[in-house]
Design a protein around this ligand. Structure first.
Ligand SMILES: Cc1ncc(COP(=O)(O)O)c(C=O)c1O
Length: 433
């Protein structure tokens, strides 16, 4: 067992890791009740009681508002559509700019483009990987209408500084809470820290409804606009007596009764699922953090992390081999998961900084980047966000072994693989030389 698997040795483990599955008997029973009722959705795209959906949707939203400690929660069919609705609700349009994060899933940054506005990337903090307030301030212009922060990997962004900037410059704050359903900042859950919060319920997340999302807010005006955008607003405003028509054309972003019934059960399980996820994370952080050059996720003071994945920092000078080679050696020691999860649970970096994607490089989106009303000069040049680039291309790796369903022995295999690769890291020199 001393020869590294990457160099032809026997891997630490061949057995696939368990599939992440949070769905149990409770969800099956809840779904069955809805199926037997025949009422799979009760939304109507017209003003009236059913404009807000059926009983399960409403019950789920009441429960989510309680969880997020916000006055309002509206379910949607994804976080992506929730972000569209949030941007729309903030009256954003052609000529406007929205400050976004570069190191996140692509949906976090694209919503402004749907409304003809321009995403402006600020850099991230090297320890929390969330937007850096200093970089945000450098990017604020007279055109800035909102800051779209992401609580990336589950660590809350530096909200008091971000909210202070928003107040000073009179701009909105939208929180992308997709990866942070149980994160808290200074004693308050995320989702109610800015003007609007948006959660994800897709099947990769801590809890899920297959696809889905929730928008949270304390602001009645924003809540009403979100509801219009979710459900055919153009057809509703007249009968509802809505005076402010900006961005009230609607989509169909509605969640079904079936998904809402599953969501109610999933939300009840969130505390116990998080307890397991945190305990797994602490075990891995404790063990892997003993290896010089590998730094476990930082948790800022008075912050609660949701550990969607565990982001570790990697110092190639200390370890003596480049990160990508080290990660390749680990991947060779450990298989992926069962079924659909064919990818490794170890990632070299996370997502390439978004402005490097073709959509930004070629400025696709007719009335956004190339809008005659846009008087700014946004940059998407390589090198734009040096911290995000450094993290992604050299200094960060992610682990997904912390999720519920992993046994102690699964986690121990991960630790053994790290120790094996670390001990024999000098053998890797010839791989990259
Ligand atoms: C940070 C972040 N934002 C947005 C999304 C999009 O979520 P959804 O699939 O619910 O649209 C994801 C999904 O992975 C995400 O991780």
């Amino acid at each position: 067992m001393t020869k590294l698997a990457l160099l032809g040795g026997t891997p630490i483990r061949r057995q696939l890791f368990p599939l992440h599955n949070t769905i149990g008997l409770e969800e099956k029973q809840a779904a069955l009740v809805v199926l037997e009722s025949g009422n799979l959705s009760q939304f109507i795209g017209a003003w009236g009681d059913d404009f807000y959906g059926g009983p399960k949707v409403v019950q789920f939203e009441v429960a989510w508002a309680k969880h997020a400690c916000t006055r309002y929660a509206y379910s949607v069919n994804s976080n992506t559509s929730g972000l569209f609705a949030a941007i729309g609700a903030c009256d954003i349009g052609p000529g406007d700019e929205v400050i976004v994060a570069p190191y996140t899933m692509s949906a976090s940054a694209i919503a402004p483009v749907i409304y003809g506005a321009v995403p402006v990337f600020a850099d991230v903090d090297p320890r929390t990987f969330c937007l850096d307030p200093k970089s945000i301030e450098e990017k604020i212009t007279l055109r800035t209408k909102a800051i779209l922060v992401v609580h990336i990997f589950g660590h809350p962004a530096e909200m008091s500084q971000i909210n202070a900037l928003a107040k000073r410059y009179n701009i909105r704050v939208i929180e992308d809470c997709a990866q942070a359903p149980a994160s808290c900042y200074h004693g308050k859950p995320v989702g109610g820290l800015g003007d609007l919060g948006v959660f994800s319920l897709n099947y990769h997340k801590h809890i899920h409804t297959g696809e889905g999302g929730v928008i949270t807010t304390d602001n009645e005006t924003l809540a009403e606009k979100v509801a219009l955008i979710r459900n055919h607003g153009e057809q509703v405003v007249e009968a509802k007596g809505t005076q402010d028509l900006i961005n009230t054309f609607g989509f169909n972003f509605r969640l079904t009764e079936l998904q809402a019934a599953i969501g109610i059960e999933q939300l009840k399980k969130l505390p116990s699922l998080m307890q397991i996820r945190r305990s797994n994370s602490e075990f891995l952080s404790g063990q892997l953090g003993l290896l010089p050059g590998i730094t476990p996720p930082h948790v800022a003071e008075e912050c609660v992390h949701s550990y969607y994945v565990q982001p570790f920092l990697y110092d190639a000078d200390t370890v003596g081999v480049p990160r990508d080679t080290f990660v390749k050696a680990l991947q060779a020691e450990l298989p992926s998961s069962y079924g659909r999860e064919k990818d490794s649970l170890i990632g070299a970096g996370y997502v390439r900084p978004l402005y490097l994607q073709p959509i930004y490089q070629h400025r696709i989106g007719r009335c956004a980047f190339n809008c005659p009303r846009y008087e700014g000069s946004v940059s998407y040049q390589p090198g734009l966000c040096p911290v995000a680039e450094r993290l992604h291309f050299a200094e960060l790796f992610t682990l997904e072994y912390n999720r519920p369903g992993m046994t102690k022995s699964d986690l121990q295999d991960v630790v053994d693989a790290f120790e094996k690769v670390y001990t024999h890291r000098n053998d890797l020199r010839r791989v990259h030389e």
